[in-house]
Design a protein around this ligand. Structure first.
Ligand code: FES
Length: 109
């Protein structure tokens, strides 16, 4: 496990930088760091869609593919789903994701 840096950009353009451990999910890292805008009501069991983030180039291509379960829950995000939409509870942090930047939706509800 090593520390990597993640950047969260809010819908109003504020950026929050956090240090996160590899091996944990992006959602858990955000919750532990009190990142506003990641609610994660279900605790990572792929049922709530309140851990929605949007991922852009080049990071999106470096993430594992969307599973069928993640794909169906992404249809229930409060903010419109985009091509880069992911559930942060389904993204495991790896050393290759050091510097990952994700956008937060305007709302999770
Ligand atoms: S935490 Fe509920 S779907 Fe990710």
């Amino acid at each position: 496990m090593s520390d990597i840096t993640i950047h969260f950009v809010s819908a109003t353009g504020e950026t929050t930088h956090i240090q996160a451990r590899t091996g944990q999910s992006l959602m858990l890292a955000a919750v532990e760091a009190n990142v506003k805008g990641i609610d994660a009501d279900c605790g990572g069991t792929i049922t709530c869609a309140t851990c929605h983030v949007m991922v852009g180039t080049p990071w999106l291509e470096r993430l594992p593919a969307v599973s069928p379960d993640e794909d169906s829950v992404l249809d229930f995000t409060a903010s419109p789903r985009t091509a880069g939409s992911r559930l942060s509870c389904q993204i495991e942090l790896t050393p290759e994701l050091d510097g990952l930047t994700v956008a937060l939706p305007p709302t999770q509800y």
